[in-house]
Design a protein around this ligand. Sequence first.
Ligand code: NAD
Length: 289
Amino acid sequence: MEISGRTGLLGLIGSPVGHSGSPAMYNYSFEILDLDYKYLAFDIPVEKTEDAVNAFRTFNMKGGNVTMPCKGEVAKYMDELSPASRIIGACNTIINKDGKLIGDITDGKGYVRNLKENGVDIKGKKMTIMGAGGAATAIQVQAALDGAREISIFNKKDAFFEKAQKTVESIKKEVPDCIVNLFDIDDTKTLYAEIATSDILTNATLIGMKPYDNETNIKDTSVFRKDLVVTDVVYNPIKTKMILDAEEAGCKVIGGKGMLLYQGVEAFKLFMECEMPVEEVKAKYYSDL
Ligand code: NAD
């Protein structure tokens, strides 16, 4: 579709953005759906976040996405935040609803949707999740909002441990029905005991990706029961060592590539108010899914 005087604009802000697959994926979706919009990436340092949000308003942009380092900062300039964005204090999606800018975060929604697409419903389940960084926090908050019964978080006693303590407090306050606890990942006895009573095990640490690609947080593979769903957020490699070990033990496994796709699918639904043509996008950009 040719650009005209009526073509609407969407965009990604953050830095760096040159490597992002979002412009190609969204513009391809507009083409398929015959929507008169274009999506561009704007390299925005964190100190220019407010200016960038003002540009969204001035140009009446339909919406867009936010990546590091602007994800936290952008939340300050939204007119409204989704429950997940409010709890986490960050946004990866901006929605322009009749001039009002709403911030949302779809990493957790993408994780939950990816589970659903693979036949797993988080509602009523117990999850053991390793990690307390950006991806882990988004998953923990969304899982609680979507009705997970219990979440056991494990992390190293590094700078992220304190972040996890805050997440636990927030979930307890905002979703009191969800039981949430935090443990030291080096306490493997407790880790394996929590996995034994969980439905879902998730890795959301850097372990599994380069330079940790031959490593796994789960050294004792006897914890992989056949009825345990084992998921990883790491998508490069497509199958981490943990996923390969769990697969060999007969577990249902779900890798991180689907979460990457579905966080974009969920963002598209929020700012375009329609479904992305997932099958076409999958065939063109996610052939390894
Ligand atoms: P982050 O830097 O915010 O968090 C890093 C996490 O890894 C922390 O919990 C930290 O304690 C832990 N960690 C670091 N070194 C460790 C070690 N040696 N042993 C055990 N734990 C260790 O990172 P992030 O943005 O949350 O990303 C985490 C992973 O998730 C990355 O592999 C990233 O590519 C992936 N990710 C995937 C998606 C997706 O859509 N599939 C989205 C975001 C991130």
